[in-house]
Design a binder for this molecule. Sequence first.
Ligand SMILES: [Zn+2]
Length: 212
Amino acid sequence: MPFRQSAASRTSQTSRTTTTVTVDGLPVTVTRKPIKNMYLRVRPTDGSIEISAPTRMSERRIVDFVRERRDWIVRTQNRLAEICEWQRSAGENGMVWTDDLARRAEATIRAALPGLLEKWTPIIGRAPSHVTLRIMSSRWGSCTPKTGRIRLNLQLGLLDPKFLESVLVHEMTHLWNTHGHGPEFQRRMDQYQPNWRQLRRELNQRPVMRRP
Ligand SMILES: [Zn+2]
């Protein structure tokens, strides 16, 4: 799943005002508008906290509202941070790709794929229509559930084979149209590969190889 940065909160629409308050160290964007109830949301893109509140609600009540939900907020932010980690990895760059490394990586993945697909297709209950290999700089894999196509980062062919397997399982799980990495995705991954979080953390510590 791509990690998209989206625009910050909209301000200055008639009859709504946006302010920022800090509640026990947590910055909270508060938008007041003509509504009846208060709503809280943690933005999936960056974990920031947003409140929609009735126009005349006191700041005191908003602060209490956030405090009562602090545990949930922090849990949700942690979960999001873990999810984003999967996409991040680029940055501290490692080696540079050469033709020889690319050939070796491709041969390794192509040799491993049939066995992995044979093993995981009955477990997951979905199979990709194509698996393509590419040099990628910010992801280990991606999936288009509509077409069944999975793309894998060629670098997986140069790492411990357990990572290729875990990324393949991850992307095959997306074939269930899990809408990102929400509860359904996590439930399935927990079932297919209980140590997937650990593997992902390990994989994301590997430096990403640079294009020549
Ligand atoms: Zn994913």
